[in-house]
Design a protein around this ligand. Structure first.
Ligand code: NAD
Ligand code: IPM
Ligand code: MN
Length: 360
């Protein structure tokens, strides 16, 4: 039995509600018999009260000492960050940039892994004609440390009619190559072995050319993988009309952000979409979190669907080399989804139901 040091950052809004359920299910999966034969998983949890409340009370977002402590953990489970909208004491970006992106950047989470699968039992808003074309089961490998998210920009003459605002996307050969290679490896390990590069090479010619050339180069190492290319706008068309065509998508930070909200919407909703911020070189702990945010509109009401957080815990187990425990969670979610009726359940009722399925 090994001990896994787990940092838990429940965060804001529905974050603490969904994280509580993810931990419930994680513990259940760590204690099942199939897991025992592979060696019990023991989690040693440390909770970090980072988020809006701490910021508003102390002005602290992510103190260096806390960041250093988190760097020494084995993995991170995060709920969501983001305070109440239009809070005059909490300017936009403080937590998003100072906490969430800071963690992704400092812990070098260059692979932002976002699987999209239409589970039997989940409801897609797409028409039967679209759904009949094939199964929706793809994964977006979103670059996590570069692009428009680096904060490379500025503002001049703010508030005047001559205001200028810039946000410059940064793409490095090193950064693009490592995420593209990771995506190829994931494609090679999947039955359909297909990789779609997504960009806007017809307009963003500098970054587009870099992504295109590196993809062609890395493709030579993976002769079994079929390579496809789509512009980002066309991806929006195909996600609505033929999502079965996708297997692995590799793309930059902002395109990946946008694609994965739509991908969630067509596969049962944002309440089901899980993600992993992976440091594939394993120098730093990886971080697992739902794709959704803090949902201030439903926070504190036990209305949030914890499934995305629970499936993120499964991704965490997979990353820790415990696929049998991850599969037990996936199976429990699948059963729960197929038995979901129309009667509303609270966040913890959903968590309890899934945890019970993991155990039995
Ligand atoms: P959001 O994902 O929080 O909410 C969008 C809509 O989806 C809302 O109507 C919400 O009620 C619903 N929703 C989200 N999660 C749900 C769940 N589990 N079950 C049921 N319904 C759910 O996005 P937003 O409203 O654009 O952002 C709110 C705040 O969250 C902002 O501060 C934003 O910056 C932040 N945010 C954080 C993360 C993150 O922590 N990874 C991700 C996205 C947004
Ligand atoms: C997400 C969120 C974040 C992102 C924000 C809150 C910084 O939208 O995890 O998808 O853009 O990556
Ligand atoms: Mn997003």
């Amino acid at each position: 039995s090994t001990t896994t040091n787990l940092a838990v950052i429940p965060g804001d809004g529905i974050g603490p509600e969904v994280t509580a359920e993810a931990l419930k299910v994680l513990e259940a999966a760590a204690n099942i018999e199939g897991t025992a034969s592979a060696g019990l998983i023991k989690f040693e949890q440390t909770r970090y009260d980072l988020g809006a409340e701490r910021y508003l009370a102390t002005g602290e977002v992510l103190p260096t000492s806390v960041l250093e402590e988190i760097k020494g953990q084995d993995a991170i489970l995060l709920g969501a960050v983001g305070g109440k909208p239009n809070d005059p004491n909490l300017p936009p970006g403080i937590l998003e940039r100072g906490l969430l992106l800071k963690l992704r950047f400092e812990l070098d989470h260059y692979v932002n892994l976002r699987p999209s699968r239409l589970f039997p039992g989940a409801t897609s808003p797409l028409s039967p004609a679209v759904l009949d074309q094939g199964e929706i089961d793809f994964v977006v490998v979103r670059e996590g440390t570069e692009g428009l998210y680096v904060g490379n920009g500025g503002a001049m003459r703010v508030g005047t009619p001559h205001e200028v605002a810039t946000e410059t996307s940064m793409n490095t050969a090193f950064g693009v190559e490592r995420v593209v290679r990771d995506a190829f490896a994931r494609a090679a390990a999947r039955p359909r072995k297909k990789l779609t590069l997504v960009h806007k090479t017809n307009v963003l010619v500098n970054a587009g050319s870099l992504w295109w050339r590196i993809t062609q180069q890395v493709a030579e190492e993976f002769p079994d993988v079929t390579v496809d290319y789509l512009h980002i706008d066309a991806v929006m068309i195909f996600l609505a009309t033929d999502p079965a065509r996708f297997d692995v998508i590799v793309t930059d930070n902002i395109f990946g952000d946008i694609i994965t909200d739509l991908a969630a919407a067509i596969t049962g909703g944002i309440g089901l979409a899980a993600s992993g911020n992976i440091n594939s070189s394993r120098e730093f702990p990886s971080m697992f979190e739902p794709v959704h945010g803090s949902a201030p509109d439903i926070a504190g009401q036990q209305k949030a669907d914890p499934t995305a957080a629970i499936l993120s815990a499964a991704l965490l187990l997979e990353h820790l080399g415990r696929p049998e425990a991850a599969a037990a969670i996936d199976a429990a979610v699948l059963t729960d989804l197929s038995e979901r009726g129309s009667a509303p359940r609270t966040t913890s009722e959903v968590g309890d139901a899934i945890a019970a399925r993991v155990i039995s």
